[in-house]
Design a protein around this ligand. Structure first.
Ligand code: PXP
Length: 241
């Protein structure tokens, strides 16, 4: 089975919101990403609406031809929005207003009761639930206990580590967490900070069925165009790590 590429189009919206303009449109970028081989479109509707807007979610729900993955904070306000627009998957992420991007994984182990309730609400609405967690076997087990269908493993520390021993250690944490999740029957995604140079070893982990990548693809797209940027990432994912 080949790994799915989820293209995160948030930063197309970042460029639009920088001028509060109507372009570039993340909906158009999503269509181009799908034509170039993306198997999923990922968006994060943040509480402060700094990039993706409600309008983007509404239109993408109608136009997305693959899977629509909504990253969101684990709050009842967001559950209500998810119920209205019915993405295929909701990925629960920690969210802090002052952060530049999602800085760490969700601590599922310490919020089991609240997250069980949110997961049940979403699943009752026929939405698959994924937990964005650090690559930690305890967090994988806790995600299974709250009935998540999937986990997404945070690759930030792997991406930031220098090549060599530090990176190898982070890679083996990802391998262990991916194996534990797959053994429990959960789907396994990974993402955050992945780029054309560091994606290979992560794409090589057999238990990982999906990668969600945004910043590096949108950055390359500014220079070479969206379709080419996505196609080149798909090619890198298929090259042995
Ligand atoms: N996965 C999750 C859960 C994220 O929060 C993000 C960042 O929005 C990504 C993947 C994509 O990260 P990047 O933009 O660094 O590729």
């Amino acid at each position: 089975m080949s790994q799915r590429l989820g293209v995160n189009v948030d930063h197309v919206a970042t460029l639009r919101q920088a001028r509060k303009a109507s372009y570039p449109d993340p909906v158009a970028a999503a269509a181009l990403a799908e034509l170039a081989g993306a198997g999923q479109i990922t968006i994060h509707l943040r509480e402060d609406r700094r990039h993706i807007q409600d309008r983007d979610l509404r239109i993408l729900r109608e136009t997305c031809q693959t899977l629509l993955n909504l990253e969101m904070a684990a709050t009842q306000v967001m559950v209500k929005i998810a119920y209205e627009f019915k993405p295929d998957v909701c990925t629960l992420v920690p969210e802090r207003r002052e952060e530049l991007t999602t800085e760490g994984g969700l601590d599922v182990a310490s919020q089991r009761e609240a997250l069980s309730r949110i997961a049940k609400n979403l699943k009752d609405g026929d939405i698959l639930v994924s937990m964005f967690i650090d690559p930690d076997v305890d967090q994988v087990r806790a995600s299974h206990k709250v009935n998540a269908d999937r986990v997404e493993l945070h690759t930030g520390r792997y991406c930031e580590a220098k090549r060599g021993r530090d990176r190898d250690r982070e890679l083996s944490r990802l391998v262990d967490a991916a194996k534990a999740a797959a053994k429990l029957g959960m789907g396994v995604a990974a993402g955050h900070g992945l780029n054309y140079d560091n994606v290979g070893p992560i794409a090589g982990i057999a238990e990982i069925d999906e990668l969600n990548i945004g910043h590096s693809i949108v950055s390359r797209a500014v220079l070479v165009g969206f379709e080419r940027a996505v196609r080149e990432m798909v090619e890198r994912m298929r090259m042995p790590g």
